[in-house]
Design a protein around this ligand. Structure first.
Ligand code: FES
Ligand code: FES
Length: 161
């Protein structure tokens, strides 16, 4: 039997020490050990994007990363981004533009959109589509999501939405 391994990392700005089996993926660690259930699990093999989190500032699919690989890292989940207010404007526009229905894809969608807007302050619709192409939404048909991203970009640039 494989023994649990000790890991120490930062999650949403707080230090976490844990013992985890080497095969435990990051998504399950966040959800089951830390009860951070805003990170969702859909396909569990890197296709749907629902499990997206930030590790050391880069967005990653947490179903494809092992918890032990985050030893010494800084992990941010949707709870962290939401609590800090970093994406408050984006969340408000998603609500206003009806860019969510069941909400299953939404936490990861917000993580990816925030990453896009940090890299490209004024993306066009084709760039938005391309950037979000790794995140599946079964409800909205994507138009409202793209509208919300466009609106947020304009508001952040001080332009009329
Ligand atoms: S659950 Fe990770 S990409 Fe689908
Ligand atoms: S809002 Fe339901 S999957 Fe996107």
């Amino acid at each position: 039997m494989t023994a649990a391994m000790p890991i120490s990392l930062e999650v949403n700005g707080e230090r976490v020490d844990a013992h985890v089996l080497p095969r435990l993926n990051l998504a399950d660690f966040l959800r089951e050990h830390l009860k951070l259930t805003g990170t969702h699990v859909g396909c569990e093999h890197g296709v749907c994007g629902a499990c997206t989190v930030r590790v050391n500032g880069e967005i990653v699919r947490s179903c494809l990363m092992l918890a032990v690989q985050t030893h010494g890292a800084s992990v941010e989940t949707i709870e962290g981004l939401s609590d800090s207010g970093e994406i408050a404007d984006l969340q408000a526009v998603f609500r206003d533009r009806n860019a969510l229905q069941c909400g299953f894809c939404t936490p990861a969608m917000l993580m990816v959109v925030q990453d896009l807007l940090k890299r490209h302050a004024d993306p066009d619709r084709a760039q938005i589509r391309e950037y979000l192409s790794g995140n599946y939404c079964r409800c909205t048909g994507y138009q409202a999501i793209i509208d919300a991203v466009e609106t947020t970009a304009r508001l952040r640039m001080g332009r009329k939405p």
